[in-house]
Structures are given as C-alpha cells and as structure tokens.
Design a protein around this ligand. Structure first.
Ligand SMILES: Cc1cc2nc3c(=O)[nH]c(=O)nc-3n(C[C@H](O)[C@H](O)[C@H](O)COP(=O)(O)OP(=O)(O)OC[C@H]3O[C@@H](n4cnc5c(N)ncnc54)[C@H](O)[C@@H]3O)c2cc1C
Length: 285
C-alpha cells in the first residue's frame, strides 16, 4: 500500500532536527531506519503530515568506550552493533542479541535508537538492555536528560520520551567480568519478532547467587525486569530445586498477552523454560 501524503524534511544537524521537532510537535514523526515506521505508514496504521528524516545525521552513528560505558549513537544500525569488535569484546550478549533481529536486510537499515523509541513489546533489545541496566540520552531544545531503560518503556509503542525529545544515545555500563549474561528468544516464524524473549545476568560466588538480573519481553505490554524473582535468588545456593521452585512464579499476577500466536499459558511456559535454561547455562551446569 501507499502511505498518505506527507511533507518530508531532512535536517543536516541534530540542532536542526530538534528545531523541526519543536516546530511541528505531534504533527511530525521522526524517521530513522524506517523498518517499523514505514510499514505502519504504508498500512495506514499511522499518518503524519510531517516526517523528519534523521537518517543522514552521521553524528548519531558511533560506538565508543568512555567513562566505563559503551556509548552507542541512536542511528547505529543493528548490523553495526552485531559486528562491532568493541561490543563483542565487552558485552557479547549485545552482539548476539543484535544478530537475532530479523534478517540482514532489516539489520542493515534498522537503528538501535529506533528500536528502543518504538517500544515494541516483542523487540529483541529491550530485555537485554534491562539486564545491562542501560540508559538512553534524550535531547530537546531545552537540554538533555538521561533516562534509565527501566523507566523508558510505558506501554505498546509508548515510551517516556517527551514529544519534543530525540533519543540520541544509548549508554551501557561495561559489566563486571564476573557477571555472565545470556539471551533467548522464541521467534515468530514469519517476522522473527519474539513471541517471548528472556535475558539473564548472573554473578555467582561459589555456589551462591551474588547478583542476578532477569528480564522478559513479549509477555506484557512492556518488557520488564522481574525484581521479585531476583530477590528470591540473591544470596541463595543455586540448585535445580531452587531454579524450579522460583520459576513457578514467572508471569504470576501479570496481565500476560494472549493472542492467536500464543496464549498466556503458553507464553508463561516458554518464559519459565527460557529462564531455567539460562540459569543453568550461566551457572555452568
Ligand atoms: C520484516 C521485519 C522484521 C523485524 N523483525 C524484528 C525482530 O525480529 N526483532 C526486533 O527487535 N525488531 C524487528 N524488526 C523491527 C526493526 O528492528 C526496526 O529497525 C526497529 O523496530 C525500528 O528501528 P528503525 O530505525 O527502523 O526506526 P523507524 O521505523 O524509523 O522508527 C520507529 C519509531 O521510532 C521513532 N524513532 C526512531 N528513531 C528515533 C529517535 N532517535 N528518537 C526518537 N524517536 C525515534 C520513530 O518516530 C518511530 O515512531 C523488524 C522489522 C521488519 C520490517
């Protein structure tokens, strides 16, 4: 299908982009890699009179190490995240996660900022960003602020970014070498999006859990960290019976998505299975 008519601006600098965003407010939509916005516009699920195409803003395309963090510009493509030697050496779970997104064509176009700003509950990055305790930088004409990823996702396609803000950067603290991370997803066979995905970070002290972070996507309207589950494990000896026991609570008390791809019980079953497999893999059994 053909999208409804729109005016298109191609700013040459971030400042110019911010000025256009502030001028057109909710009449305008930012276009990055176009891998989510263009299909929505073509299907006419979304119509915007003004499109601000930021795809040419090379100043937002970088991967660097600074202040103990990996900083990734919002316009960095999924494929660049997947292939970055810096990322694979410091945060291998992130390279793996990027490699799991769709196919090479989509990964060559889609951007990390676009994926996080789009807030699809089934996207790959969010659970991994949650366990990595990443932040995003949001800029507007009024200045800049940092938002923890745990406060970014509000609901389906909804974030805490303000109308006049552009997501410019993702910042990930370089994890402690003793914390191991893993990621699993059950992909939808047609799109590759996660029906359910799960990320775990685990730091052991002998047989005892020193620290653990667990996040799920595809389960509720927003990806979430399961802090209750984490608390049940911290300081405990990690064995098969404890893993089995705590996994029973996964998804309990939550409004789990149920659709014709997978009903709520099935999603919970997959989430429990992924958690158990990751806990076992990361503890080394
Ligand atoms: C066939 C297909 C399969 C896919 N499979 C997967 C998959 O398996 N896993 C997965 O995670 N994703 C998948 N995707 C989505 C893909 O990862 C997209 O790249 C991503 O969701 C959006 O990034 P984008 O740069 O294309 O953003 P766009 O489509 O350009 O924009 C998406 C939304 O984010 C906003 N936005 C973009 N950049 C910014 C910014 N810097 N600041 C503020 N707002 C911004 C836009 O205004 C828009 O609302 C798939 C897409 C396709 C077409």
């Amino acid at each position: 299908m053909i999208p409804a008519t729109f005016e298109c601006y191609r700013p040459k600098t971030v400042d110019e982009a911010l000025s256009l965003i502030s001028q057109y407010k909710d009449e305008a939509k930012v276009l990055a890699g176009g891998q989510s916005l263009i299909p929505m516009m073509k299907l006419r699920f979304a119509r915007y009179p003004v499109i601000i195409d930021i795809g040419g803003l090379d100043e937002l395309r970088f991967i660097k190490e600074e202040d103990g963090k990996i900083k990734i510009g919002a316009l960095t493509k999924h494929r660049e995240v997947e292939k970055s030697e810096l990322i694979s050496s410091k945060i291998p779970v992130l390279s793996y996660c990027a490699s799991e997104i769709a196919d090479i064509q989509v990964r060559n176009m889609g951007t990390i900022g676009g994926s996080l700003a789009h807030a699809d509950p089934s996207a790959d990055f969010p659970p991994v960003m949650l366990v990595l305790e990443a932040d995003v930088v949001a800029k507007s004409q009024n200045g800049e602020r940092t938002i923890s990823v745990k406060d970014l996702f509000v609901s389906v396609f909804e974030t805490s970014l303000k109308e006049d803000e552009l997501l410019t950067e993702v910042q990930i603290p370089i994890p402690d070498n003793n914390m191991k991370f893993g990621y699993k997803k059950f992909p939808h066979p047609a799109t590759g999006f996660a029906v359910v995905n799960c990320a775990v970070g685990l730091k052991m002290n002998g047989n005892t859990v020193e620290d653990i972070r667990v996040a799920f996507g595809g389960m509720t309207t927003s990806p979430y960290r399961d802090y209750e589950l984490e608390e049940k494990l911290k300081g405990k000896e990690l064995n098969d019976s404890l893993i089995e026991e705590v996994s029973d609570s996964i998804g309990e008390g939550k409004d789990i998505i149920s659709d014709y791809y997978a009903d709520a019980d099935y999603r919970k079953h997959v989430a429990k299975t992924f958690f158990k497999r990751l806990a076992n893999e990361l503890r080394g059994s």
